[in-house]
Design a protein around this ligand. Structure first.
Ligand SMILES: [Zn+2]
Ligand SMILES: [Zn+2]
Length: 143
């Protein structure tokens, strides 16, 4: 049995997910259901360098056994009414897939340590006053 997931604006605990899309294959075994597939999702994240919130795209491979009762497995389980509860599992997999250092883009320039300006938006005045330590000595000698 296969299942298509296509959801938007989901709250998974402390995570805000803009979209969840993918296809899952469900195989019933004796005591559990094997859920296998891929989920593409966009999570709200904050860049560690420039602190700008942005949408992080993640591709999440899912291959998990789901129990038939929450008492057997409190996260990976199928509800009594037959619904595969994906919120807990997705949150768990997203947390695992999230890089420790989330960057809005690989070459993010970050914030100016002096004035806090987002350097992706352009240079601030501070950059010019930065003096090489060797040149600083030179400057003193010249004065
Ligand atoms: Zn950034
Ligand atoms: Zn600055």
């Amino acid at each position: 049995m296969s299942l298509t997931v296509d959801e938007t604006d989901q709250i998974l605990g402390d995570l805000k997910v803009e979209s969840v899309r993918g296809n899952l294959n469900l195989t019933r075994t004796n005591r559990r259901i094997l859920v296998k597939g891929n989920i593409q999702t966009t999570v709200e994240a904050e860049c560690v360098r420039c602190l700008t919130p942005f949408q992080l795209m993640l591709n999440i491979p899912l291959e998990e056994m789901f129990a038939f009762s929450a008492s057997v497995d409190p996260i990976y389980f199928v509800n009594d009414d037959g619904w595969l509860n994906l919120k807990g599992p997705l949150r768990e997999q997203i947390v695992l897939a999230m890089p420790l250092q989330v960057l809005c883009r690989p070459d993010c320039k970050g914030l100016c340590i002096q004035c806090g300006q987002n350097l992706n938006a352009g240079l601030c005045g501070c950059a010019n006053t930065e003096v090489d330590p060797r040149l600083a000595t030179l400057k003193t000698l010249l004065q």
